[in-house]
Design a protein around this ligand. Sequence first.
Ligand code: DAH
Length: 356
Amino acid sequence: MSSLLDALQSKALAELASIADLKNLEDWRILYLGKKSQLNQALRSLSSLSIEERRQMGAQANQLKALLESSLEDKKKTLQQAQLTGTKQEYFDITLPGRPLTLGRLHPVTQTIREICSIFSGLGFQVVEGPEVEWDYYNFESLNIPPGHPARDMWSTFWMDVSPRWSGPVSQGHLPAQASPMLLRTHTSPMQTRVMEKTKPPVRVVIPGKVYRYEATDATHESQFHQVEGLAVDEGITLADLKGTLYEFARRFFGSDRKARFRCDYFPFVEPGVEMAIDCWVCKGAGCRLCGQSGWIEILGAGMVHPHVLERVGYDSSKYTGFAFGMGVERMPMLKNGIDDIRHFFTNDLRFLRQF
Ligand code: DAH
């Protein structure tokens, strides 16, 4: 037994000396110190020896075990040191610069939507979203734009290939929305109807989302873009509330020294309808390229919700009034940062996106 342990020792140490990497070192450890190693087996077979022999062999086997373990540790340190300093083939250079992690960021459209919504949240509005594929009823009819109405011309759009089929009930002679054709919504305004159908006044919501139009694409037109819609309905809401709310928004978004201008405009679902402009922050109203020499920049359409729109969802228009507004999202950073082409937002050119 003793000679067996002697032989094992010289073999193990000789092999250890020739090891040059950590992988082989681990193999060596398993072979000579692992559970199934000869040394372990020798230690286990001690019980079959006489007391005298057991004491002697046990001591020798334990000594050998300690020697192999400490030799293993020494070798490991030497190999690890060699790795760090590059004196062996298997090394890495700790002086090399690290690989930079590329961090993503929010798209400028998302950033703008969040900024707009957080301003309106601060003014007591709730943020809700709605479907991009919409029934004709919500997109047009419920907003006072029946078939054949000239306002439909402004919103030529993408129709879905689902012909209206309705075999369900017809209440009071009216077909339900689901019996009308479907389209990609041309504006976020259909959500006004959807929100009011589900809620009793008071209502205060903003609705961000994507809209679609059948447009020839150029620097200021895209077939898809984003809008934020707003709606407030309650007892006693007046045009003064509309002006105050939107003026406060403009000051928070474009700067506290902004002036606002409201002029009459036409949208079938509001009466009266207005267009809101703010004074040009580049020329301070004197006239420049950004504002087309007018000194004013239009930022949104708005108005007092038409009584028919309220009645259609079952609101009593003699009791409740409200205002609504809608703004183009891309237009805001375009104006703020002098971006001259709306297509930049959708071509995913990192040189553009990284600037925001
Ligand atoms: N939906 C209109 C558009 O896309 C914008 C708009 C105008 C929304 C007036 C409104 C509003 O809520 O009151 O051009």
